[in-house]
Design a protein around this ligand. Structure first.
Ligand code: 6AU
Length: 263
């Protein structure tokens, strides 16, 4: 298979950068390991928010199926902003079906996710066929695409709390490492730096919500949960000053990342 690459122009020369490397470059250049989980139901509001925090984040994560005003025009606007501010766009679709079905869900319907999302999230419950289906679909498009496998979840009583399951997810990531660039995880799963560990359930002031979400601080997420990337939603969205709070999470997160990962 071909490596997912991004063609960029540097001094009038077009250079192809694999998406994994691009992610790492964005993190270093912007000194950010913050992914904003923009769990809002209005895409116009997400577009405005992305301009406000664009320089603080390395990735913006959305759930397109909660949007009341989704359109391909608006999502293109968000994509343009992501290029301007240099962050990746993650659709948290949590695919979980057989290869043929996810291929359709990824490319068709109202959302046509493959056309705009740099990355998507994927459950490996159906087996490796799910990754094969998505990777095949991604090849139909002339832009780099990748995915994050959901290895462990932050919610109380998650059935992903099972060593054999997690081992299977890691094996799958290794086998499809062109398309799989990392994990959604709650612990360090591999010794190499090849896979980015993205950790949700991060909040400085709360320990959880009423529906099973469990939070740790940015430092704990990196130190105790093995995170590279911090996925932060309501801690920023529900704050009085979203821009200032995003900057705080960026600074605290990246400082802890540099100290703990010794990058
Ligand atoms: O910071 P929050 O609690 O407001 O939002 C966390 C975000 C939500 C969840 O859908 C997502 O992270 N999430 C995921 C992901 C990213 O796949 C996995 C998980 O285990 N826990 C979790 O909260 O958008």
């Amino acid at each position: 298979t071909q490596l997912p690459t991004l063609n960029i122009e540097i001094e009038n020369k077009t250079i192809s950068i694999p998406i994994r490397q691009r992610f790492q470059t964005i993190m270093k250049e912007k000194r950010s390991n913050l992914c904003l989980s923009a769990d809002l139901t209005n895409l116009d509001e997400i577009i405005e928010l992305s301009k406000l925090v664009g320089s603080n984040i390395c990735m913006l994560k959305i759930h397109s199926d909660i949007l009341t005003d989704f359109s391909l025009d608006k999502i293109q606007q968000l994509k343009d902003i992501s290029r301007k501010f240099n962050f990746l766009l993650l659709e948290d679709r949590k695919f979980a079906d057989i290869g043929n079905t996810v291929k359709l869900q990824y490319t068709k319907g109202l959302f046509r996710i493959v056309e705009w999302a740099d990355l998507v999230t994927v459950h490996v419950l159906p087996g490796e066929c799910i990754v094969q289906g998505l990777e095949q679909a991604a090849q139909s498009i002339n832009e780099p695409r990748g995915c994050l496998l959901i290895a462990q979840m932050s919610s109380k009583g998650a059935f992903t709390d099972n060593d054999d399951y997690v081992k299977g997810v890691v094996e799958c990531a290794k086998k499809y490492s062109d398309f799989v660039i990392g994990f959604i995880s709650q612990s360090r799963l591999t010794t190499t730096d090849k896979f980015l560990h993205c950790t949700p359930g991060v909040h400085l002031n709360n320990t959880g919500d009423q529906l099973g979400q469990q939070y740790v601080t940015p430092r704990q997420a990196i130190d105790e949960r093995g995170a590279d990337i911090l996925i932060v939603g309501r801690a920023i969205l529900d704050s009085i000053n979203r821009a200032k709070t995003a900057e705080e999470y960026q600074q605290q997160g990246y400082q802890a990342y540099e100290e703990i990962r010794k990058i």
